[in-house]
Design a protein around this ligand. Structure first.
Ligand code: 9D3
Length: 245
């Protein structure tokens, strides 16, 4: 898969090349990542990429030409017919895990990260297929959003996590939040590991974990819980008294 980002702050993306899952996936050749800077496609002395908004108001707007040329360079680098061009913005469709799973199947993705107060609407009309948001809060630019989306997609590429099926076991893949986890030691300031997890009884452990996942989802994310269609076992587990504490 090839991911191209259009950004006037390309250095921010060095984190993706240098650290963690994304860095390893790039080194293994599982994903190719490149950043295209609209300033490199300007011709004036000051490499201007922004202008005052018509109609007045605070701040600056990114102008069409440098963005269009950067997207053209990105399209040329990606060179895949199956490429989506996305503008990251607070006005976009709020992403969920299901959309990350759809995106990882593509050969190419171009994400445009805005700065200042946003981009000229005609750039969106001319070049952008979809507008995406990462959540209902305000960032100071699209770069961190592009990295969030890239990270969420890259870890779904087969082989990116090393331990092969970890992504398949994720919370959200099952549709449930995750059960609580414990590691050494068995007692932390009097807080004990639930006895069932030390029992070696894998059926009991599985049932306990599934029940915890169901209870957590119901109490913390009633919106997700309401949309689930539980099977008979899951309905039984959540209705049951917990004998495993
Ligand atoms: C406070 C400024 N806003 C009113 C004029 C407009 C505004 C412009 C640019 C608000 C935020 C931004 C920068 N945000 C993004 O580029 C962005 C974003 C976000 O802020 N929240 C959630 N998802 C995203 S994706 C891109």
């Amino acid at each position: 898969m090839k991911i191209a980002v259009v950004s006037i702050l390309p250095e921010m993306f060095s984190i993706m090349f240098d650290y963690g899952v994304s860095s390893r996936a790039i080194k293994r050749g599982l994903v190719k990542l490149a950043v295209f800077n609209p300033r490199d496609f300007t011709r004036d002395l000051h490499r201007t990429v922004d202008s005052r908004p018509y109609g007045g108001g605070p701040g600056m707007i990114m102008t069409v030409e440098p963005l269009k040329k950067a997207v053209a360079a990105a399209r040329n680098w990606v060179s895949e017919s199956d490429t989506l061009v996305v503008y990251l913005s607070p006005q976009g469709h709020v992403l969920r895990h299901s959309e990350m799973k759809k995106s990882v199947k593509r050969q190419g993705l171009i994400m445009v990260a805005g700065r200042f107060e946003g981009v000229d609407e005609r750039f969106i009309r001319l070049e952008v297929d979809e507008e995406w948001s990462i959540g209902d809060y305000i960032l100071s630019g699209g770069e961190l959003a592009a990295m969030v989306v890239s990270d969420a997609i890259i870890r779904l590429i087969p082989g990116a996590l090393g331990h092969e099926d970890a992504a398949a076991q994720d919370s959200f893949s099952s549709g449930l939040l995750e059960h609580p986890q414990y590691a050494r030691p068995t007692d932390v300031e009097g807080l004990k590991v639930p006895e069932v997890l030390l029992s070696g009884d894998h059926d009991r452990i599985r049932n306990w974990r599934l029940r915890q996942a169901l209870i957590r989802t119901r109490s913390r994310r009633p919106d997700i819980f309401a949309s689930l269609s539980l099977n008979e076992e899951q309905r039984d587990l959540i209705g049951m008294e917990n004998n495993d504490r």
